[in-house]
Design a protein around this ligand. Structure first.
Ligand code: HEM
Length: 183
C-alpha cells in the first residue's frame, strides 16, 4: 500500500518517466504493488533512496512530501471513512492517533505499526511521542502531521524536540496549531 502510494506520488507529480527511472535504480521489478500485499520494508527504503537520487533532493524531503501526499491523497481517497472517524478537528484527531493503528491492524494482519502517545495536551498544542521498530522515518511523520493540518485547514507548527537519531529514547514532536488560517 505504501509502495503503491509512492508510485502514485511520483507518477502524478513527476511523470511516468521519473517513476520508471526510480524503479530501475531501486532494482524493483513489480510493476504494480498489490494494495494490501505485504512487502519487505527494504523495498520502500530503496524506492525513497532512488527517488532522492533521481530528483536530486534529500531523502528527508522526499519522505516529508510523501507523508503529506499520503494523508491528503491516499488516505482521503482510500480510507475516507476511517479518516473521518479519527476526529472532527486536528486536536481530536491527534488525541485519537494513539488508537488509530489498532483499528488498522484488523485490516492488515502482518502490520507492525508505530505507536503514538500524547502528553502535555492543551487546547491548541500537545507533544506527540513516536516509537517504531523502523528507523529513519521521522521526516515522514512530520509530513503526515503537516498533511493532517492541511486536511483540517489549520496552520500547524511542528518542532522536533527530541530525536532518536541524536540519542534520545524516542522521537518527540511539539505540535501547535491555530484554528484560524489568518491568525
Ligand atoms: C486511514 C488511515 C491509516 C491507515 C490505513 C494506516 C495504515 C498503515 C500501515 C498499513 C502501515 C504500515 C505498517 C506495516 O507495514 O507494518 C502504517 C505505517 C505508519 N503509519 Fe499509518 N495508517 C493510517 C493513518 C496514519 C496517520 C494519520 C498517521 C499520522 C502520523 C500514521 C503514521 C504512520 C507511520 C509513521 C507509519 C510508518 C511505520 C513506522 O513508523 O513503523 N498513519 N500505517
Amino acid at each position: 500500500m505504501v509502495n503503491s502510494a509512492i508510485m502514485d506520488l511520483l507518477v502524478e507529480s513527476h511523470g511516468e518517466d521519473t517513476w520508471q527511472k526510480v524503479k530501475s535504480k531501486a532494482g524493483v521489478e513489480d510493476d504494480m504493488f498489490i494494495a494490501n500485499g505485504s512487502y519487505p520494508d527494504e523495498i520502500t527504503y530503496k524506492l525513497v533512496g532512488a527517488a532522492a537520487e533521481v530528483l536530486d533532493r534529500p531523502a528527508g524531503e522526499i519522505l516529508n512530501q510523501f507523508g503529506r501526499w499520503w494523508v491528503l491523497e491516499t488516505a482521503r481517497k482510500s480510507y475516507g471513512h476511517l479518516m473521518k472517524s479519527g476526529g472532527r478537528n486536528l486536536g481530536e484527531f491527534l488525541k485519537n492517533l494513539p488508537n488509530f493503528h489498532t483499528r488498522v491492524v484488523m485490516m492488515f494482519p502482518k502490520l507492525q505499526p508505530p505507536t503514538f502517545e500524547c502528553t502535555d495536551v492543551l487546547p491548541t498544542e500537545l507533544r506527540m511521542h513516536y516509537r517504531s521498530h523502523r528507523r529513519g522515518l521521522s521526516a515522514f511523520v512530520i509530513g503526515l502531521l503537516e498533511g493532517l493540518g492541511e486536511m483540517f485547514a489549520v496552520v500547524v507548527t511542528i518542532t522536533h524536540e527530541e530525536r532518536l537519531d541524536d540519542g534520545a529514547d524516542h522521537d518527540v514532536f511539539h505540535i501547535k496549531w491555530s484554528e484560524n488560517k489568518t491568525a
